[in-house]
Design a protein around this ligand. Structure first.
Ligand SMILES: [Zn+2]
Length: 378
């Protein structure tokens, strides 16, 4: 398989270039669908069936498996959307210099979409049948919390033994065996407006009330327990000499353990339904929308298999925890052995410094193909 991949490295790069040069931000339905159409054709040429799950607002999701697949026990998750808005490709399209390739979504995760496809192709060319034991979900809204694809992923994951998730490997090449859970909350404060010079006593400051809440929220941070709470955006007031009648805060919450989901939602509710400034009203909305991916025994066992596979092809396997969320959380929460970070190596996702390490394409594709084959044989 390795020789086949090495021989095809130019085709691999060309397909990555083609996909990177399509704006496919989560809100660019047309672009995400274009990526989906290209990949559908490629898979169909290999004898795979593509089931298109139509979406109104976001891109369509694709569920892909080989026409001779027989009750696959492996689910593979990859997303076609990026965080970049329409027009980003025009500003900085695909290019490369030395061993790094650049462009919007190159590592998160256009390159993964391509290595997944080539892993399957390599298996087929080598006469292995592992590709019949996989079901692939390519979703369109991962970067905005998998709003419409979560139920689909959960439905398809039930009954699977393994979940392989195609987020990029870490910059040091490590796979991902645990991730923190994540939630977004919005805090609204209503006050009463009044002229701050003429009749300040009539006003009730929403901004003052919000300030108290920000401090209380930030006091919830507990690095040891894996809890982060960040008020990342605030907005409020109408002019400098008006006591503010409204204020809003956007809160990002991260947790490490599944037990912290309810706990955190309760604490936030408690803080954000009382007020420290009489006459103001505080409300909160939001939820923990990605459970944490915990490193379970099943994950350990899967990791052990992957280590053996790595040994057999000369790739050192190491794993790590990360704070970022991914769809791996959904399969892990269902008790399915899940490993993430199976894409190629790169760094700085979600930024304009994002890069793909070109020399990792062949080894990581080979690793993925070998993992699929090994799991299929079990
Ligand atoms: Zn991603």
């Amino acid at each position: 398989m390795e020789r086949y991949l090495e021989k095809n490295i130019q085709q691999i790069l060309t397909l990555i270039e083609r996909l990177v040069n399509i704006d496919s931000g989560s809100y660019v339905k047309q672009g995400v669908d274009e990526v989906g159409n290209i990949l559908s054709k490629y898979y169909q040429e290999l004898g795979f069936e593509v089931n298109v799950i139509q979406q109104q607002e976001y891109g369509n999701h694709l569920v892909i498996q080989h026409k001779n697949a027989n009750n696959p026990k492996i689910i593979i998750l990859a997303h076609m959307d990026t965080v970049f808005p329409e027009g980003t490709v025009e500003e900085r399209s695909f290019h490369y210099k030395d061993d790094h390739a650049y462009g919007p979504g190159v590592i998160d995760m256009k390159a993964s979409l391509v290595t997944l496809y080539y892993a399957i192709k390599a298996l087929m060319v080598a006469g292995h049948e592992g590709y019949k034991d996989i079901q692939i979900v390519l979703n369109s809204d991962e970067e905005i919390g998998s709003i419409t694809s979560r139920p689909l992923i959960e439905k398809l994951a039930i009954g699977k033994r393994y979940a392989l998730v195609m987020e990029p490997a870490r910059r040091n090449g490590k796979l991902v065996s645990s991730r923190r859970g994540k939630g977004n909350f919005t805090l609204h404060v209503e006050g009463r407006a009044a002229h701050s010079g003429i009749e300040p006593e009539k006003g009730r400051s929403a901004i003052e009330a919000l300030a108290h809440k920000i401090i209380q929220l930030h006091q919830l941070n507990d690095i040891k327990k894996g809890i982060s709470v960040n008020v990342g955006l605030i907005e409020g007031g109408s002019s400098v000499n008006t006591i503010s009648d409204h204020a809003v805060a956007q809160i990002d919450v991260r947790i490490r353990e599944i037990d912290q989901v309810e706990l955190m939602e309760e604490v936030l509710e408690k803080i954000c339904t009382t007020t420290d400034v009489s006459g103001t009203k505080v409300t909160i909305e939001g939820e923990i929308n990605r459970p944490p991916m915990e490193k379970t025994n099943k994950t350990e066992q899967l990791l052990h298999i992957i280590e053996e596979v790595g040994d057999s092809i000369g790739i050192d396997i190491d794993d790590t925890a990360t704070g970022g969320g991914s769809d791996a959380a959904f399969t892990a929460a269902l008790g399915i052995a899940t490993i993430d970070g199976l894409g190629p190596v790169g760094g700085y996702p979600h930024s304009d410094k994002e890069y793909l390490e070109i020399s990792s394409l062949v080894p990581r594709t080979l690793l993925l193909a070998s993992i699929i084959q090994r799991l299929a044989e079990r």
